[in-house]
Design a protein. Structure first.
Length: 421
């Protein structure tokens, strides 16, 4: 079967309205514009920790496990399998990573944690692909089984280990962290000057070259790696054809079951790696409930990113950034975000009115006005809002981006071998 034949079958349609794909220069310009806007808010509000090196480092650490879960969801759904079980696969990754890590070293923990997540993916694949069970039901079952299984194992493994208990493991040796000498100190100096844009850019660069775990580097490389495999290889083309039109793919000789199995197992492995990151890098110890729903948030990041690796990474970064705000500066930083959201909604309002979408534009304008008033009339925000800010931001962004989303056509649809004959 030729690559061109499958391409004609599975290629995604052009974007509605004839819109062209964003090129790299435009993407870089948008990122620079976003950073300039954040810098402006920082100068106005005085919340200098918004783009500090510590804030960026914290945001990256919080975003990586979400991004890995989202990347796992992308692999599965591009092959047509909805993976609600990402949370359970992350739980398996946290437990197996810590269990092997404290005994044989962190990198052994990484390998075993990935294997644990992959086993969860294999279970989900057997239930959904072979037995054709509803994907949502299967995912929920995997989450419940993973939670109960790890709790059961902890009772007779960690409970009897020195420094462990029935709810947590002994400490795991940390993975080596990288700091670029010279550049890290220079970025810290520039960031401390609080100059417009320059200091913010220095804070972002500094966060990427200071105390960066090797596992973080691996996770970041997996994003372009996934894009290359799925969009630049024959293997990826066939896998995506299974998520777009499995009947047509089968008629062209693609073993749909095989590709779905591979995709869902890889999905579980990536989610497991996200769990490993939590129990070895973010906190070098396993604790019950450590994932905290990050598998579901990863799924939301994948949807926000329109089932594309780059967009998914932006979604994970957004959640990591807002989550990190409440840890550094708390109410002050989140209060400054009110101003940022208000400005963004004014821009959305102007764009919607330009597109003659008067209701949406008016609604964005009213919400923007409310946020401006809230910011102007208060000096801080309630602690409850600080805790909820990452989740509210995620919901807001998903609501604003919902109109441009396009999932794989056969995502979640039942498929039986030979059903097209």
């Amino acid at each position: 079967m030729s690559t061109s034949t499958v391409s004609a079958t599975s290629a995604a349609p052009k974007k509605a309205g004839g819109r062209k794909k964003l090129t790299l220069p435009w993407i870089m310009l948008i990122i620079a514009g976003g950073l300039a806007l954040v810098s402006l808010v920082r100068v106005i509000s005085g919340a200098n920790d918004l783009t500090s090196i510590g804030q960026v480092s914290g945001a990256l650490q919080l975003a990586v496990p979400i991004g890995l879960a989202g990347l796992g969801g992308l692999w599965a759904e591009r092959a047509g399998v909805v993976n609600i079980g990402l949370e359970g696969m992350m739980i398996l990754g946290t437990w197996f990573g810590a269990w092997a890590g404290y005994q044989w070293g962190p990198w052994t923990g990484v390998a075993v944690g990935i294997l644990g997540g992959a086993l969860g993916g294999l279970l989900h694949a057997i239930i959904t692909v072979t037995f054709n069970v509803n994907h949502i039901v299967s995912g929920v079952a995997v989450n419940i089984l993973a939670l109960g299984f790890t709790q059961y194992l902890s009772n007779f493994t960690f409970a009897n280990a020195p420094g462990g208990s029935s709810k947590q493991s002994p400490r795991v040796e940390e993975i080596y962290k990288i700091t670029v000498p010279g550049l890290s100190d220079w970025m810290a100096t520039l960031q401390a000057k609080h100059w417009f844009f320059v200091s913010d850019l220095a804070g972002v660069v500094g966060g990427l070259v200071t105390e960066l775990s090797l596992l973080t580097v691996v996770a970041l490389l997996l994003i372009p790696g996934t894009w290359w495999v799925l969009w630049r290889t024959t293997f990826g083309l066939r896998l995506r054809s299974c998520g777009e039109n499995p009947i047509a793919a089968e008629s062209l000789g693609v073993n749909v079951y095989k590709y779905k199995y591979i995709a869902v197992v890889v999905s579980g492995a990536l989610a497991g790696l996200g769990g490993v990151f939590l129990s070895i890098v973010a906190s070098p110890i396993y604790q019950e409930g450590q994932t905290g729903g990050r598998g579901y948030i990863g799924l939301a990041a994948m949807i926000f990113g329109n089932w594309m690796p780059g967009g998914m990474a932006l979604g994970a970064g957004l959640f990591g950034f807002t989550d990190s705000l409440k840890l550094r500066g708390g109410a002050e930083n989140v209060h400054a975000m009110l101003l940022l959201l208000a400005i963004l909604l004014v821009l959305v309002c102007a764009w919607q009115l330009y597109k003659k979408k008067h209701f949406q534009g008016a609604l964005s304008g009213v919400i923007a006005g409310g946020l401006f008033l809230w910011y102007a009339l208060t000096d801080a925000v309630p602690s409850q809002f600080v805790d909820a800010a990452p989740y509210l931001t995620t919901l807001l962004v998903l609501a604003l981006s919902a109109q441009r989303l396009r999932m794989p056509k056969a995502d979640g649809m039942p498929y039986r071998k030979g059903q097209g004959k």
